[in-house]
Design a protein around this ligand. Structure first.
Ligand SMILES: Nc1ncnc2c1ncn2[C@@H]1O[C@H](COP(=O)(O)OP(=O)(O)OP(=O)(O)O)[C@@H](O)[C@H]1O
Ligand SMILES: [Mg+2]
Length: 352
């Protein structure tokens, strides 16, 4: 029996009063009229009056309790409800609603929501901390390089023909890297805030992939990697921002070369018809990505240890931008990988 419910509390109180009444009735009647309980009618009076008292006490208690509790809880319920539905909607409390039960469920679901929000905020806070750490780390390296070269040049290196041009060139490279990082970050934040308007057109995804593959061919040859575009018989028309999708393809194919197998490496691009969408998959037989890193490679500045070991050139921003671009199209991008076997990146686009 739940004693926090007004009905049960009223029963308990009515019982206490009735039992007290019976005891008092007995003791007083026995004292004053010792022979009264020999008559059946006395018992009948006692039973009837007890039942009546019980019912009266029950209803009075229940009514007062409910009025009291409801007046308090109504306010809490209203506040919770207002908070949940937003200030615009007015909460409607129907007379048949059990407010106490409602408050309990509302508070429980509210608690769940708040718990989830706290977890998400903690994750965001952790992500923000990592992000700031990563930004400063990525900016520090080229900045310190520039500082070193400029100091050497100012300390007399400017007059030394063996190093002056070379140090200026290296400084220029570091500046280019800084500019690229800032441009990439700017692009991500613009995509994030929804400020970039997609210029959606219909285009042939196979032709665009072919174009990107040709553009990266020289780089691939240098790394002994072959690129194959599995061309279907027909054109595949999709809807999207062509320049942005070119950027996605460039980064993923470039990654397949960068983190590809040094000897006899290959990158294969295949298209799959998925009813409403077209799935483009880019598969390499390169170094692969650890399972624990798979979910993180789309984070800004995230680079795997294996990736860092292969090259220091990466900024860890290409996949973050790609993910933002694909999500701005309301489509998805995923990755699967096995260490030593290779990696497949896939993204979908709406069929035109
Ligand atoms: N095909 C791949 N095979 C193995 N590792 C990969 C592959 N693609 C990406 N990675 C890992 O994911 C990380 C993030 O990739 P991402 O393209 O975002 O950055 P990046 O290539 O390092 O630099 P950039 O910003 O210049 O593209 C890489 O540093 C690498 O560790
Ligand atoms: Mg990249």
């Amino acid at each position: 029996m739940k004693f926090h419910e007004p009905r049960n509390l009223a029963i308990l109180n009515a019982l206490i009063i009735t039992v007290t009444y019976i005891i008092l009735f007995f003791s007083s009647v026995v004292l004053i009229f010792p022979h009264a309980f020999t008559h059946f009618s006395s018992y009948l009076i006692l039973i009837l009056s007890s039942v009546l008292l019980f019912l009266m006490a029950y209803f009075i208690f229940r009514y007062t309790l409910e009025r009291f509790i409801y007046s308090k809880i109504r306010l809490i319920y209203k506040s919770i409800h207002l908070f949940k539905v937003g200030k615009k909607e007015k909460p409607v409390i129907l007379p048949e609603q059990n407010i106490i039960e409602n408050v309990q469920t509302e508070v429980e679901s509210w608690e769940d929501e708040k718990q989830k929000e706290i977890e998400q905020l903690n994750r965001l806070e952790e992500y923000r901390r990592d992000f700031i750490g990563n930004v400063s780390h990525e900016l520090k390296t080229p900045l310190f390089n520039i500082q070193g070269y400029v100091s050497t040049l100012l300390d007399g290196g400017l007059e030394d023909p063996t190093i002056n041009r070379e140090y200026l060139k290296r400084s220029e490279k570091s500046i280019e890297r800084l500019v690229k990082i800032i441009e990439d970050l700017d692009e991500i934040s613009q995509l994030d805030s929804g400020h970039i308007r997609l210029n959606v057109t219909r285009f042939d995804i196979v032709a665009l992939t072919q174009e990107v593959a040709e553009m990266l061919e020289m780089k691939a040859i240098k790394h002994h990697i072959s690129i194959t575009v599995n061309k279907p018989e027909k054109h595949i028309l999709v809807e999207g921002d062509k320049d942005k999708i070119r950027q996605v393809l460039t980064n993923i194919i470039d990654n397949s070369i960068r983190y590809g197998k040094c000897e006899d490496g290959h990158t294969k691009i295949t298209f799959f018809d998925m009813d409403e969408n077209i799935l483009t998959e880019i598969t390499d037989n390169g170094i692969g990505i650890e399972t624990s890193d798979l979910v993180r490679v789309f984070e800004r500045f995230y680079r795997t240890d294996r990736g860092r070991a292969v090259t220091r050139k990466g900024k860890g921003l290409g996949l973050a931008i790609s993910k933002h671009i694909i999500e701005a199209h309301q489509q998805t991008i995923q990755v699967r990988s096995t260490i030593g076997v290779g990696t497949t990146f896939g993204f979908t686009l709406k069929k035109a």
